[in-house]
Design a protein around this ligand. Structure first.
Ligand code: GLU
Length: 281
C-alpha cells in the first residue's frame, strides 16, 4: 500500500502551528481568516471521530503586539511578560472561534520539568487522555512565563513531537512557512530538490537541516523540525511537515495526498521519552 494512503486511518493527530502561520507578516496581528480555517479543519477531524491536539505558538508574538513591544526585543523578562499577556489573548480568540462549532477546548501549558518529573509526566498523560475521552481539543503551548532558559524547550516543533509521544498519537502535522524538506535551501539554491518521503533520518539528512525559515516570528528553523521528526519517528509516529500558507493542507494530508514531506515512523524498541529529554534536549 502507498505509504501516504495509511494516513487516512490515523486516529490521534497532533497539529502544530507556528506564530508566522497565524499572524500577518506585515502587522504581526492575528490572521483571523486563517485561524477560522484552522478551527474548521480541526473540528472536522473531530467530526470524523479522530482525537485532535493543537500545539499553538503565538503567545509571545501576540503579547508583544498587544503592549507595543518590538518583535525583536528578546529580553527574557519582557518575553515572559508578553507570553503571559499573549497566551490569554490567544486562548480567548481560540475559545471564541471553536465555540462557533460548539467544540470544547482546554489549555495545557507544559514545561521541560513537567516531562522530566515522573509523577508530573504521568499526570500530564492522564489529563490528556481524559480530555480526549471527553471529546475536547487540548491546545498546548510551552509555559513561557515560567520556563527559563535553562529548562525551556524554546521551540514548539520539539514540544509538539514530545506531546505526540506523550499522548501516543499516530500522526504529527507540523505547519510551517516552508513546503517541507529540500536537499538544500531552495531560496539560495535553485537546484534544491523537494523530498516527498523520508524513510529513515540519517546523518546526511540532518545536515540538510539548515535554518531555512524566513520568518522573524517564532523560533523553529528546519533543524528543529528535523529533531522533532527524529523524536516522533523514534516514538513510532508518522510526521508531515507542510506549508501552513494553505490551511486546507491538513485534510489533503489526511486524504493521503502528496503534500509536504512525510517522515515515516521507525519505532525504536528502547525509546524512553524522559531519558531522551534529559540527555538529548
Ligand atoms: N512558545 C512560544 C510562543 O507561544 C513560541 C515558540 C515557537 O516559536 O516555537 O510564543
Amino acid at each position: 500500500m502507498n505509504r501516504r494512503e495509511t494516513l487516512k486511518d490515523k486516529k490521534r493527530i497532533v497539529v502544530k502551528i507556528g506564530s508566522s502561520s497565524i499572524t500577518h507578516a506585515k502587522t504581526g496581528l492575528l490572521n483571523l481568516t486563517k485561524l477560522e480555517r484552522l478551527i474548521r479543519e480541526l473540528v472536522n477531524l473531530r467530526n470524523q471521530g479522530r482525537d485532535v491536539i493543537l500545539v499553538s505558538s503565538g503567545a509571545i508574538a501576540v503579547g508583544k503586539k498587544t503592549v507595543g513591544i518590538a518583535a525583536d526585543d528578546n529580553h527574557i523578562a519582557v518575553k515572559q511578560a508578553c507570553a503571559a499577556i499573549g497566551q490569554a489573548k490567544l486562548m480567548m480568540t481560540y475559545q471564541k472561534l471553536f465555540a462557533e462549532y460548539d467544540q470544547t477546548i482546554a489549555q495545557i501549558l507544559m514545561t521541560k520539568n513537567t516531562l522530566l518529573n515522573n509523577l508530573n509526566r504521568f499526570n500530564a498523560h492522564n489529563t490528556f487522555t481524559e480530555l480526549l475521552k471527553l471529546g475536547v481539543i487540548p491546545i498546548v503551548n510551552e509555559n513561557d512565563t515560567i520556563s527559563t532558559y535553562e529548562i525551556q524547550f524554546g521551540d514548539n516543533d520539539t514540544l509538539s513531537a514530545i506531546v505526540a509521544a506523550l499522548v501516543e498519537a499516530d500522526l504529527l502535522i507540523l505547519l510551517s512557512d516552508i513546503d517541507g524538506l529540500y536537499t538544500d535551501d531552495p531560496r539560495s539554491n535553485s537546484k534544491a530538490k523537494f523530498i516527498e518521503v523520508v524513510e529513515k533520518i540519517d546523518e546526511e539528512l540532518l545536515k540538510m537541516g539548515k535554518e531555512t525559515t524566513g520568518s522573524s516570528v517564532g523560533t523553529g528553523g528546519m533543524s528543529t523540525k528535523l529533531s522533532a521528526a527524529k523524536i516522533a519517528t523514534m516514538a513510532g509516529i508518522d510526521m508531515v511537515i507542510a506549508n501552513g500558507k494553505d490551511i486546507s493542507v491538513i485534510h489533503k494530508i489526511i486524504e493521503g495526498r502528496n503534500y509536504g514531506t512525510l517522515f515515516c515512523a521507525n519505532k525504536e524498541e528502547y525509546f524512553y521519552l524522559a531519558d531522551y529529554i534529559e540527555n538529548k534536549l
